[in-house]
Design a protein around this ligand. Sequence first.
Ligand code: NAD
Ligand code: 89Y
Length: 343
Amino acid sequence: MAGLSGALIGCGFFAVNQMHAWRDIEGVSIVAICDRDPERLRLVGDQFGVARRYTDAAAMFAAEKLDFVDVATTVGSHRALVEMAAENRVPVICQKPFAPTLGDAKAMVKACADAGVPLMVHENFRWQSPIQAVRAVLDSGEIGTPFFGRISFRSGYDVFSGQPYLATGKRFIIEDLGIHILDIARFLLGDVSSLTARTKRINPAIAGEDVATILMDHAGGATSVVDCSYATKLAVEPFPETLIELDGSDGTIRLAQGYRLTVTGKSGTKVSDVSPPLLPWASRPWHNIQESVAAIQQHWVDCLASGQEPATSGADNLKTFALVEAAYAAGASREPVQIDALL
Ligand code: NAD
Ligand code: 89Y
């Protein structure tokens, strides 16, 4: 599809990655940007040469003719901005976490569906090339039917210096990072029927939980453990690697630190390096995430061209978001939560 005109709302810390990726995608140009902070607007506008700049999203929708809008603000503004896009009949991408509550998320999906507007949640971790490599091994049938998974993200990386708001919210790791790891668990093992969780706060300087351990039953029969921590100090810092163990009826997959993939299956054992490429604008250790930003944005463009529903559409993301809500509920009650009851 030639000549898509997009706009970005929210020109903060992470949006710079999105702007780099848009610049590299053929047939797309970001024609307008919006941020209520004039300094962020100036910085991003100057860096990427975007002249049309707005401090008010409604004014931007009124003045611009857009093929899509990319919402990269923090969660508090997502519902209003997605609903504004729907009212203006503009296809919309929204950053994770999609909404503050599952109720808001459902309303946002409905607003876009009622308006006939495509909606994709920027749930990019499943687009990381190491994660795609694991999915490809599963699809090959090499390890048979998976019956167990451990999807793990444990780090001591200082995420608070770049994203200070992460230290202040009542909710932290499940809503911010666990959401990605839960989505990867769904991507690899299918939808979840029930879940139980334990949460902890180790870092006294933050308001929310920084450790979560979640046990899940998948509808297809597998059991998984999703474990996340930002309180784990290791000899070699793994941020932002997701480590994976999958056991199947005919073999195993191990995605270990350093992007080392070991597959033991029907045709023996094979070890490979599935390191993500370092895109020209990317920097370590974020390059893994940065590459997935480019991949998901390309997917969005492909979906707009073909009319296909994005893999992480709003409707799909409700099933990931329900796991976030369920993990908080289960962590508080120490009781299992049935997922279907939330959806
Ligand atoms: P940030 O605070 O640095 O940037 C957000 C920007 O949005 C700010 O400049 C703010 O002024 C602007 N803004 C807020 N409300 C607005 C509104 N109504 N209209 C216009 N501008 C508005 O935040 P960030 O760290 O860039 O995070 C943004 C989002 O990206 C968050 O939801 C975060 O969870 C997500 N994120 C995703 C990933 C990922 O890998 N997918 C990684 C980091 C952050
Ligand atoms: O906000 C988070 C995300 O989505 O990926 C990593 C992160 O930046 C910090 O946890």
